[in-house]
Write a protein that binds this ligand. Sequence first.
Ligand SMILES: C[S@@+](CC[C@H](N)C(=O)[O-])C[C@H]1O[C@@H](n2cnc3c(N)ncnc32)[C@H](O)[C@@H]1O
Length: 292
Amino acid sequence: MPAASTETARSVATMRRRLARQFSEAGLDTPDLDARVLVGHALALDHAALAAQADRRLSDREAAAVAALAQRRLGREPVARIVGAKEFWGLPLTLNAETLVPRPETETVVEAALAALGEDRGQALRIADLDTGSGALLLALLSELPAAQGVGTDISLSALGCARSNAAALGVENRASFVACDHGSALGGGFDLVVANPPYVASAAIAGLQPEVRNFDPRRALDGGPDGLLAYRAIAGDARRILARHGLLVLELGAGELEAVTALAAEAGLIPGPCRRDLGGLPRALAVKVST
Ligand SMILES: C[S@@+](CC[C@H](N)C(=O)[O-])C[C@H]1O[C@@H](n2cnc3c(N)ncnc32)[C@H](O)[C@@H]1O
C-alpha cells in the first residue's frame, strides 16, 4: 500500500498533526493552534474548510508552502507576523514590519477608557491615540464610540500607512486621521480622551524578551530608553497642553511601572486615578485626569 501511505502522509490533516508535533517539540506555547492557522493560511482555507478537506492530498506546491511557513514559525516568528494580521478588540487588523503585534492586554486600555467615559460614550468626543502602531487602540475606541473622531500619531510612516488602511478597511476613515510626529507634539489641544501604549521596555531588558518579541517586533515599538520611562515622561509633560480641562489620559503600563508612571503624572501636574488590571492580574491601564 505505498501509494495510500504517501497519500495519507500528504493529507491536510496529516500536515497539521505533523506541524503541531514539531511545534510542540520546539517548545512553542500553542502548537495545535499555530499549526491550524499556518496550514489554513498556506492553503487559503478557513477553519471550516480545513476540517472539510482534512483528507485531501496536498500538491507539491501546497506542501512546500506549508513547510516554508512552518520553518518561519520554528525560527520563532510569531504567527500574527507570518500571516500579517491580528485580531484586536474583535477587529481584524493588518500588520506590517513596522507595527507591533497588538497584544490582548492592551485591550485593558480600551476597557479603562470606556469605563471612565460612562454616559459620555455617545458624545462627539475628540480622541488621540499616541504611538498608534497598527491603529489598534484608536480603531477599537471608534468602534465603540459612534460619534467620536480621532487622530493617531506615530514616528513611523510605514506604521501610519498600516493604521490608515486598517481604518479604511473598517469603514471609519472619515472619523480617523493619522499624523507623523513625536508622541503628541504636532497635535493641538482640547482632546477629551488621549490613550497611549508607548514603547516601555528598558533598553537593556530587550535582550531578555521572548525571541518572538525581541527578534520580530520593531525595536522602536519596544525601546523605552534606559529606564523604560522615556516616552511616559514626554507624554505626561505634554498632556496638559493636549487634553481638554475635563480630559482623560489612559496609559498602558509595562510590568512594575505603576509607581513610577503615577509619580511622573503627578510631577506633571496631572491627577492619577484608578489603575485597571489585565486578565493576568497585572496593573495595566492607568487613568489620569487634568483636573478633578
Ligand atoms: C508599543 S507600540 C504600540 C502600538 C499600538 N498602539 C498598539 O498598542 O498595538 C509603540 C509605538 O510607538 C511608536 N513610537 C516610538 N517612538 C515614538 C515617538 N517618539 N513618537 C511617536 N510614536 C513613537 C512605534 O513606532 C510603535 O508603533
